[in-house]
Design a protein around this ligand. Structure first.
Ligand code: COA
Ligand code: AMP
Length: 246
């Protein structure tokens, strides 16, 4: 049996989280992965790199398939996102109000959350802490280099590699129906909606210049929240292959 290690990096600048990344790798590659992660943020005041042996790894055969939707206008883009979510059984009024919240800062203090919102189809927020939310960790591609090369050649970004891995783990859980995501970087307006089988990459899902962002995990009404936290935070997954690309 191969042994795997999770390597997590996070960095802050002026006490604000500016960069986070994770890799799952074998022992022989730990040094080179740490070197790569060290170089990820250009400026920082503080960096933490954590290496943990994984006791049990599971495999997901294929990532979600990627489809790109090109839009010029964030309002139209969000109407399309709401339509996709409606097709997964998420009522329009629930998705609309949660999406509005993410665009204006979903933390109780009006800022960005440190993780994702969890919302059921009744529209109830289920995170244990509404400032922190939930963070999906312990996921990577088995052959990240190959996946990155393929995606970059097709015009996607490294950000897509990370987001696709995260969304694939999320949608692999039976109770997660969909995920909505916009970055909290003001100049990065591409976002996505992930549903079972598909990752819809949507250009201009938020207004240029908006510093607010976040993620919403839409779940079934009877979701066991303790088990969901355990799955997202503690279970480790490697994704074997890239799904279909457009
Ligand atoms: N956003 C904001 N703050 C974060 C953060 C994030 N993504 N990740 C960590 N922090 C800060 C928080 O203050 C956190 O305290 P909290 O648990 O009270 O919120 C503190 O760092 C410690 O967090 P911890 O979970 O112990 O960090 P970690 O060392 O295990 O690293 C990361 C976790 C950074 C690897 C993970 O959160 C992450 O960002 N993974 C990458 C996800 C990704 O690829 N995103 C890009 C998709 S486009
Ligand atoms: P990013 O894709 O890194 O720009 O992050 C966008 C938003 O997603 C952040 O503002 C957080 O609210 C949330 N987020 C960041 N990392 C995670 C994670 N690992 N799991 C769930 N949500 C996250």
């Amino acid at each position: 049996m191969r042994e795997y290690y999770s390597i997590k990096m996070r960095a802050t600048l002026e006490e604000k989280h500016i960069s986070g990344a994770e890799r799952i790798t074998t022992k022989d590659k730990i040094n080179s992965v740490i070197t790569q992660l060290l170089e990820r943020p250009s400026y920082y005041d503080f960096m933490n790199i954590k290496v943990q042996k994984i006791s049990e790894i599971q495999f997901i055969e294929k990532s979600l398939n990627i489809k790109t939707i090109k839009t010029n206008d964030y309002q139209h883009a969000n109407q399309l996102a709401i339509e996709i979510l409606k097709n997964q059984g998420i009522p329009q009024e629930v998705s609309t109000s949660c999406i509005n919240l993410i665009h204006h800062g979903a933390s109780p203090d009006g800022g960005n959350m440190r993780g994702a919102m969890i919302v059921n189809i009744e529209g109830e927020r289920l995170e244990k802490d509404k400032s922190r939310g939930i963070r999906t960790v312990n996921v990577d591609f088995e052959d990240r280099e190959k996946v990155t090369k393929t995606l970059l050649e097709k015009g996607y970004t490294e950000r897509t590699v990370d987001a696709l891995a995260l969304a694939t783990k999320n949608l692999n859980h039976p109770d997660i129906l969909a995920e909505y995501c916009i970055s909290d970087q003001p100049d990065y307006t591409t976002g996505y909606v992930a549903v079972k089988g598909f990752y819809y990459r949507i250009t201009h899902l938020k207004k240029y210049g908006n510093p607010k962002g976040g993620r919403i995990y839409f779940v079934k009404n009877n979701t066991d929240i303790e088990k969901l936290y355990e799955y997202l935070q503690s279970k480790a997954f490697l994704i074997k292959e890239l799904g279909d690309l457009e």
